[in-house]
Design a protein around this ligand. Structure first.
Ligand code: 9UX
Length: 68
C-alpha cells in the first residue's frame, strides 16, 4: 500500500535522506520518498504502518508529523 504524510521541518536534501532512513527502517516499509519542498513523505509498505512508530521515527530524525 501507499500512504502519504505531511511532515514539517524538512528544508533540504539531507533532511529528506534522514527521514527516508528512519522511516525506511520501520517494519513492513519497502520504499520511502521524502519531499522537502512539499513537506510530504510517501511510504510504500506491505501493510498498514504503525502510526506511533511512524511518528516516533520522524521525531527521531528531527522533524514532525504534521497530522495523522
Ligand atoms: Mo541543511 Mo537539512 O543545514 O537536515 S541539512 S537543513
Amino acid at each position: 500500500m501507499i500512504s502519504e504524510y505531511a511532515v514539517s521541518g524538512m528544508t533540504c536534501e539531507h533532511c529528506e535522506r534522514r527521514v527516508q532512513t528512519e522511516v525506511g527502517a520501520l517494519e513492513g516499509v519497502t520504499e520511502v520518498t521524502a519531499d522537502a519542498a512539499s513537506g510530504t513523505v510517501r511510504v510504500v509498505s506491505a501493510g498498514p504502518v504503525d502510526a506511533d512508530a511512524l511518528a516516533e521515527a520522524i521525531d527521531e530524525a528531527g522533524y514532525e508529523l504534521a497530522h495523522r
